[in-house]
Write a protein that binds this ligand. Structure first.
Ligand code: ATP
Ligand code: MG
Length: 418
């Protein structure tokens, strides 16, 4: 036998017994998001590297360390998308979407980051993402939070905590930055090596470090909340009031920052205590400057992304069964294959789902397969049935069987399929 070719580390297959749970999650996402007026947008998995460098930020872990970057044969430098917002905004600009109207968009698909693979962290992972453009008011932030909550609820996932913060405007962050740098410099030797480098370059990212000693060192760090400008404070107050009025519990976490540079004002995350270190299931926030920064007209926006693998780990995936057919057709002899296959096609013409047994075998072995298919009925055709123009219809739940005229079978199967 030839050598096996290994899969790429951190990139997983989804075996057929797991796809029903994926399909269920995706179908529920489409139903809930479209119910809020969101339309699906699709854009390439590959973009120019420059797009991600400019939008996510050169200094972020994603751009500095985690991107799959390559030169194509034409000499362009391209990258696999590490997240969806940048490509979505680029597609909106390319398509001339941002002309003052509101657009609510969603996408579902793979993202790529060269991180250290572990539970809940992969190199190809999948997101459901939403972005709303054209509204700078807090109602849009809260609508998106409610929408995420509804999706999580409808998928039967509970026990999540909503963390909320405001990062203010870039102007607010300038004043805060100085205060934070002073605080961090005084504790330089308590921080990990990476964070020591971050102090001057991007001090807020130290707050997001997952190393325990760093987290400890920043417990009393000054918070952005004390540096919000008037507009940002008013925006945040309205978000909180609207969440409270909507009955959504949340924790104001003044140290919540995000690993991407483009956020302004509201940021939020849903975490679970069931996921270990990779606790965040949904993360997002407002990014009012991004569209303009990558060459579009000034357009306020807010969005979130949900990690599908992490959400599936919280769902009882076994509760999502594979779809069973309406009938299982068992041809007992090669001599009946023409009439049996014709019957299967006739039933499919009526919109019925029919699994036809290929490969021969005894009645007993074929009925075992029929049982495993989950079909309510097995349709058995042997030499006798083919000669009589009948079908032996076996009710797989009741275990009873009877002979039925061939031209009555469609109605019978259709009735059971209801
Ligand atoms: P984390 O802090 O866990 O690294 P992040 O802040 O990098 O997450 P975002 O870029 O905001 O994550 O992506 C949104 C969501 O996508 C995350 O909350 C998570 O559920 C999921 N996600 C991000 N990176 C990965 C990954 N490498 N593998 C699996 N899921 C991921
Ligand atoms: Mg990350």
């Amino acid at each position: 036998m030839a050598d096996k070719i290994r899969p790429v580390r951190g990139m997983n297959d989804v075996p057929p017994e797991e796809t029903p749970a994926w399909q269920h999650l995706e179908a529920e996402a489409r139903r809930v998001l479209e119910g809020y007026g969101y339309a699906e947008i699709r854009f390439p998995h590959v973009e120019r590297l420059e797009l991600f460098a400019r939008s996510i930020g050169e200094d972020t872990d994603i751009v500095a360390k985690e991107m799959y970057t390559f030169a194509d044969t034409g000499g362009d430098t391209l990258a696999l998308r590490p997240e969806g917002t940048a490509g979505c905004v680029r597609a909106g600009i390319t398509g001339g979407l941002f002309r003052g109207q509101t657009h609510r968009l969603y996408y579902i698909g793979p993202m790529f980051r060269h991180e250290r693979p572990q539970k809940g962290r992969y190199r190809q992972f999948h997101q459901v993402g939403v972005e709303a453009f054209g509204a700078d008011t807090p109602d849009m932030d809260v609508e998106q939070i409610l929408m995420a909550r509804r999706l999580l609820q409808d998928l039967g996932v509970g026990g999540l905590t909503l963390h909320l913060n405001s990062l203010g405007k870039p102007e607010d962050r300038k004043a805060y930055r100085g205060v934070l740098i002073d605080f961090l410099e005084a504790r330089r030797d308590q921080l990990c090596e990476t964070c020591q480098e971050r102090i001057q370059r991007s001090p807020m990212r130290v707050l997001d470090c997952k190393v325990a000693s760093c987290q400890e060192a920043v417990t009393d760090a000054p918070v952005i909340a004390d540096h919000l400008g008037e507009t940002s404070q008013a925006h945040f107050d309205r978000v909180r009031a609207l969440l409270e009025a909507s009955g959504v519990p949340y924790e104001h976490n003044p140290r919540l920052v995000r690993g991407l540079d483009y956020y302004t004002d509201t940021v939020f995350e849903w975490t679970s205590d069931q996921l270990g270190a990779q606790a965040t299931v949904v993360a997002g926030g407002r990014y009012d400057r991004l569209v303009e920064e990558i060459g579009g007209p000034a357009t306020p926006a807010v969005g979130w992304a949900l990690g599908i693998e992490r959400l599936l780990a919280l769902m009882d995936a076994a509760r999502v069964p594979a779809k069973a057919p309406d009938a299982f057709l068992a041809p007992l002899d090669e001599s009946v294959e023409q009439s049996a296959m014709a019957l299967a096609e006739h039933l499919r013409d009526r919109g019925l789902a029919v699994w036809y047994h290929c490969g021969g075998g005894s009645l007993k072995s074929q009925l075992k397969k029929a049982d495993r298919s989950g079909a309510p009925l097995a349709l058995v055709i042997g030499e006798q049935e083919a000669a009589d123009g009948t079908v032996l219809v076996r009710d797989l739940t009741a275990g009873e069987q009877r002979s039925v005229a061939r031209d009555e079978v469609a109605e019978l199967v259709g009735g059971r399929a209801g």
